[in-house]
Structure formats: C-alpha cells, structure tokens
Design a binder for this molecule. Structure first.
Ligand SMILES: Cc1cc2nc3c(=O)[nH]c(=O)nc-3n(C[C@H](O)[C@H](O)[C@H](O)COP(=O)(O)OP(=O)(O)OC[C@H]3O[C@@H](n4cnc5c(N)ncnc54)[C@H](O)[C@@H]3O)c2cc1C
Length: 478
C-alpha cells in the first residue's frame, strides 16, 4: 500500500462536517487488515500520529488531523450477510451499502445517525446514535480491532468485561486501572465497571486504536409501522404531547419521538426550494410553532392501529386537528418524514458555510447534551431563554422525552459565536451537575474536547491518561 504525501489533491481529508480544517503529513487508503497494519508500522517508523477516518461526516472534528498520517478506512468495505443472521461489515462499509444489502431482507440494523454516507467505523468511533436512540456499539457482537502495536484483536462480546480493577485483554495481558460507576459526562474513554471491552472501545474516537471490521446483530423488521408528524402551536404544547405519548398505554410501540422547534421548521421551509427531500412533502400547516415526529412499529396491525388512535386522541385532547397531522404507513413515505431529522443539521451547516464566505474560519457549533428525562421541559426553557437573552440564532431539535435535544447555533460573526460558546459552557455545567452527559452521540472531537474535559473529575482524567498510555505507549494514535 502506498503512503501518499499530503498534497492539494487530498485537501478534503483535512476536514469534516464541523468545518474545522486540520493539517497532515501523509494519507493512506488500506483495503485489507494487512494494509491497515502496514499503516501502523509506517506511522511507528516515521514517528507520525494516526488519525483514523471514515466518511468525515462527523460534526465535531474527530476525524480532522492535527498533523501525522490520515488512515482513510473507506477501503475496508466488505459486507456480507451470514448465518444467524449476522452481518459481517468492514469498518469502511457505509450505511447506504448496509441499507441496500438489507432492503429485501426481513432484518434491519437499528442504529441510524441519518447520514447515509457515514461508515460503520466512524459510527463506532463516536458510538453514534441518531433518530431511534440505538447506540452503534450495542449491536456489535464481534469486533476486529487494530492496536497501536499493530496486532489485530478479535473481540467477542462477553469475552472481556471490566471488573473493579481493570479488564483482561485479547493479547493475554491485563489492563489494570480504576473503574467507575458510569461514564459521567462523556460517551467514551471512561472505564466503567461491568462494561464490555467492545463498549469501552466504542466512542474512543480513534485515540486507542482502530476498528477494522464488525460482526453486527440484526433486528427483525417490523411487519408494519407508522410515521406521524404532529404540528403544534407552541413548545409547551409539543412537550405535553411528548409526555402524554411516552406515558400512553400503548407507548411500547413508539420507536422514535423527535421534536422540532419553530426555528427548525422555518429553516426547513426556507430550504424547500433547493432541497429535493423537502419538495416531496407538502408545506407545513399555518401557525405551526413546533412539531413532534413519532414512529410506531410492531407486528400486529390491529394493535398498532389501536396505538395510533390512542395517540390521535391525545393530540385532539391537546387541541390538535387532522389538518395538523401527517400520517404515513408506507416505508418510502416514512423515510421522507425521517429525512427532516437529517435535513435540519444539513441546512444549518449550509448556513454556516454561507456565513463563513464573509467571515472565513467560522466553524459549526451545536450542543449534544443529555439531561435527566424528567427535566426535559426545564432544559428546553433554559435553551430557549439563553438563546433569547444572548440574541443568538439557533434551531432546536431532538429526542424531547429523553431530554436529548440538539441546539444547533447559527452564528454569523466571531462575536456571536463567542456568545454561543458561553451558553454552551453554562448548559454543559447544568448537565454535569444533573449527572447528565455533555457528549452524547456526536463525539467530542476537536470542537468539544476542551469543554467536556472541564467537567470530568480529576480521578477520571488521570485514568483516561493512564489507559491511553497502556493502550498506546508510543502515541501512535492521535
Ligand atoms: C447532516 C448530518 C446529520 C447527522 N446526524 C447525526 C445523528 O443524528 N446522530 C449521530 O450520532 N451523528 C450524526 N451525524 C454525525 C456523523 O454522521 C456520525 O458521527 C457518523 O458516525 C460519522 O461517521 P463517519 O464515517 O463520517 O466518521 P468520521 O467523521 O470519519 O469519524 C468520526 C470519528 O470516528 C473515528 N473513526 C473513524 N473511523 C474509525 C475506525 N475505523 N476506528 C476507530 N475510529 C474511527 C474518527 O477518528 C473520528 O473521531 C450527522 C452528520 C451530518 C452531516
């Protein structure tokens, strides 16, 4: 495998969807385990740090190199449905390829961060989640992991589990370290009691080694599903609907519940003229100040219809009407509704791009916090109040009932961006005090590493450093 010197031709490999630009000395494109091992050998010989990359769709700059060797994993793209059924997937296989393979099968791979070009390696690197709240790592049964020493570990789920003083490792050694009750504000790098080694390596953002391939578990495709978009006049009405739906008798069939605020709906309306996915949908009803998207899935059509009618009654009880409800039961229609979740951050990034024409260097900024579910209304008010007070522009969307909102800021100047950063820090402090998460699904990357570490206890920071030294004593990985 050739190691290419970094030239203009490889400019794209210096950035991701965070819009941060990095620098690198070289880039390589392994297509097999052996070639990936060669990349590690080269990095060790040349004293270069490796930044593993998938499709560079990450939102926080995790794949942005700060010098060294970029290892683009997209060539590791084997994909095969095997008996079980399980899916064998190379780290470079994309969601598009995976969904195409499963299209006619009775199986689904539930984790879906909505960005179809994302690779499984990148999803594992951030332990990405997405619309249905399913973590990537939870569906990994076996992992092929390339270590900083250039060894390939085959890790079966359940084979290596942390106890109170560390974890046995596949090379026969042992990682001796402190273990904690939870991962705290982070979504990776923290050694947690009873945690499977696979779950520990997920979310480490390419800092301890590199995923090469996975054996993935699949779920049975439900026989029927519904997607329903409810439009409401205000945030409190939307939150009341989320609460009532989550507590309804038939809430077990609810698989997705996403909230969009007024600004997100405006952004979508504004983006209609040049976004094909939006042109397939009617215009939003007049007076919509928020929307809640709910998916229901199950194998019993009557039970599912019962759940749907229960929901429609709840909506009506809150003053909603048929004109403010869009419902679909065909998969292609449901996929159109789902796309809204993807288009909001996409359009927000488009705005950042247009603002950065006037102010070069403006990067993306969005929150990825998770607070206690019972405080979702308080958090939404906190976000709303902070945005109004600072005069910032932002859109809010996310899993409201789980208090997992994304606030996507749209600053036009460095001064505005600085105000948004202050808000982010205040909100992060609140989430930390409430024992929530600051990094939930998008990774810390370069954008939020410093912010998140501010709220990590010293003992945990020491342990993160010690584990890095144990896994990667020469600092081969970034
Ligand atoms: C419009 C839009 C919407 C999005 N919505 C969501 C969402 O709902 N939920 C969500 O979670 N994410 C979302 N994302 C973010 C992104 O798609 C996910 O983080 C995705 O998992 C990144 O995959 P990737 O292949 O692009 O990884 P990259 O961006 O290339 O890398 C991500 C991280 O993983 C590391 N990495 C890459 N490959 C490997 C490997 N083989 N082994 C170890 N580490 C590796 C990188 O070093 C980096 O730290 C969205 C992105 C966009 C653009």
């Amino acid at each position: 495998m050739k190691i290419e010197a970094m030239t203009e031709k490889y400019e794209r490999w210096l950035g991701d969807e965070s819009r941060i630009r990095g620098r690198a000395d070289a880039v390589c494109f392994p297509e097999s385990f052996e070639e990936a091992r060669e990349a590690v050998s080269h990095a060790r010989r040349a004293g270069l740090h490796i930044t593993p990359q998938g499709a560079r769709t990450g939102l926080t700059g995790g794949a942005v190199p700060e010098g060294g060797l970029v290892v683009d994993c997209q060539g590791l793209k084997d994909l095969e449905l095997r008996e079980g059924p399980v899916l064998y997937a190379g780290a470079g296989a994309t969601l598009t390829q995976l969904h195409a393979l499963l299209l006619k099968e009775p199986w689904v791979f539930p984790p879906n961060p909505t960005e179809e070009s994302a690779t499984l390696g990148g999803m594992f690197g951030c332990n990405a989640m997405g619309i249905d709240g399913q973590r990537t790592a939870s569906w990994v049964r076996k992992l092929w992991w390339l270590t900083a020493a250039g060894e390939v570990w085959e890790i079966g789920r359940g084979s290596y589990v942390f106890d109170d003083s560390g974890c046995a490792l596949p090379d026969g050694g042992r990682l001796s370290c402190e273990t904690f009750e939870s991962s705290g504000v982070l979504n990776g790098l923290v050694t947690v009691k009873q945690m499977d080694l696979i779950d520990f390596l997920a979310g480490t953002e390419g800092q301890l080694g590199m995923a090469l391939a996975f054996e993935l578990e699949l779920a049975k495709k439900p026989d029927c599903d519904w997607g329903v978009l409810y439009f409401l006049p205000t945030d409190p009405a939307a939150m009341a609907l989320c609460r009532a739906v989550a507590q309804a008798e038939n809430s077990g069939s609810v698989t997705v519940m996403e909230y969009y605020d007024r600004a997100a709906l405006s952004l979508l309306s504004e983006g209609r003229h040049n976004t094909a996915a939006l042109q397939e949908l009617p215009e939003f009803p007049q007076g919509a100040g928020a929307a809640v998207y709910v998916e229901l899935a199950g194998d019993d059509p009557d039970a599912l219809e019962g759940a749907l009618f229960e929901q429609l009654d709840i909506f009506e009880g809150l003053g909603g009407s048929e004109e403010q409800t869009w419902a679909a039961s065909e998969r292609y229609e449901i996929d159109r509704f789902r796309k809204l979740r993807h288009v909001v951050p996409e359009l927000a990034n488009g705005k950042t791009d247009s603002f950065s024409q006037a102010v070069p260097g403006l990067t993306r900024l969005s929150s990825d916090l998770k607070g206690p579910a019972e405080k979702a209304e308080d958090y939404l008010e906190m976000y709303r109040g902070g945005i109004a007070q600072s005069g910032a522009h932002a859109v809010i969307y996310g899993a409201a009932a789980q208090n997992r909102f994304h606030v996507n800021f749209l600053p036009e100047t460095p001064e505005e961006r600085a105000k948004c950063e202050v808000l982010m820090a205040e909100w992060a402090a609140r989430a930390a005090a409430d024992r929530g998460q600051i990094i939930t699904e998008n990774g810390a990357g370069l954008l939020k590493r410093e912010l998140a570490l501010r709220f990590v206890p010293e003992a945990v920071k020491r342990q993160i450093k010690a584990v890095k030294e144990a896994f990667d004593p020469e600092g081969v990985f970034k």
